[in-house]
Design a protein around this ligand. Structure first.
Ligand SMILES: CC(C)(COP(=O)(O)OP(=O)(O)OC[C@H]1O[C@@H](n2cnc3c(N)ncnc32)[C@H](O)[C@@H]1OP(=O)(O)O)[C@@H](O)C(=O)NCCC(=O)NCCS
Length: 241
């Protein structure tokens, strides 16, 4: 199997451009596992389109074993595709990937359904996937998007955005930070409003206490009235019995 002969010039150029660790073109052609994975995918995809599915799957199988990268022969990938380190990369059958895309190790473009139709992501041009990023379902990732290492992206992402986290959230758009947790005016504390509510509650408490005291005092007066001794007669007052 002459993998070197399957390497496309744009894919080699992508390695030379985007891998600072590469020594020269010979180094890339011989030892760059990502470039080997892409070259073997190119060959298997060609066979797949020609209807030679068994041969395509065989190359896919060997590529997976050799490079740790599993790109289904049915996936559609544009030119200048760069995979660094290759290990653990999985690209599903109905994925569509634009030009000049960069993928680091551990990235998954996966499906979320057992249906046979389009179930994998559609990726724009110049998208960069950080290590171990996972993108799931028939969603669209726009041109020039950067997906942070370890992110899990489940929804469409607009072009020129940076997405990070689980689930992935857009943190920058067109070079400007996007902060979803600020400027929530409905969440700003209402100091005066809170104070009035607290004073109303204090006043209610005071009203209750005053009413209890008044009623207790009325009870005492009634009790004293009930217990009161009848007034003494004049004779008793003067000591005659
Ligand atoms: C997503 C990425 C492209 C953003 O880079 P950046 O524009 O320089 O962004 P910053 O480093 O300024 O980070 C912006 C914010 O996002 C956060 N952030 C960055 N990357 C993140 C990630 N992968 N997951 C979660 N949060 C992340 C930062 O903590 C920072 O948050 P803060 O503003 O609250 O402090 C980059 O962080 C990344 O993940 N690159 C992938 C690189 C890679 O996988 N290399 C593998 C080589 S083998």
């Amino acid at each position: 199997m002459r993998i070197e002969s399957w390497i496309e010039p744009d894919d080699l150029a992508a390695v030379m451009e985007r891998d600072p660790a590469i020594i020269d073109e010979n180094d890339a052609k011989r030892y760059h596992t990502g470039l080997h994975a892409v070259a073997m995918y190119r060959r298997s995809h060609k066979l797949w389109l020609e209807g030679k599915k068994d041969r395509a799957r065989k190359i896919n199988f060997i590529a997976h074993r050799r490079t740790g990268c599993d790109i289904h022969p049915g996936a559609t990938v544009g030119k200048g595709f760069f995979i660094d380190h290759a290990t653990g990369v999985v690209i599903g059958e109905t994925s569509i990937i634009g030009n000049d895309v960069t993928i680091y190790q551990g990235v998954t473009l996966g499906g979320v359904s057992f249906n046979k139709g389009k179930r994998h992501p559609t990726i724009g041009n110049r998208v960069v996937f950080g290590a171990n990023a996972t993108v799931l379902g028939d969603i669209v990732i726009g041109d020039d998007v950067r997906i942070g290492a370890g992110s899990v992206v489940l929804k469409d992402v607009p072009p020129n955005s940076t997405v990070v986290g689980i689930p992935g959230k857009v943190i920058a758009r067109n070079g400007e930070p996007v902060r979803s947790d600020v400027l929530k005016h409905n969440d700003i504390p209402d100091y005066l409003g809170d104070k009035i509510v607290s004073m109303e509650s204090d006043m209610e408490e005071l009203r209750r206490t005053i009413a209890e005291l008044q009623s207790a005092s009325r009870r005492d007066v009634d009790l004293l009235t009930d217990l009161s001794v009848p007034p003494k007669s004049t004779a008793e007052k003067e000591g005659f019995r």
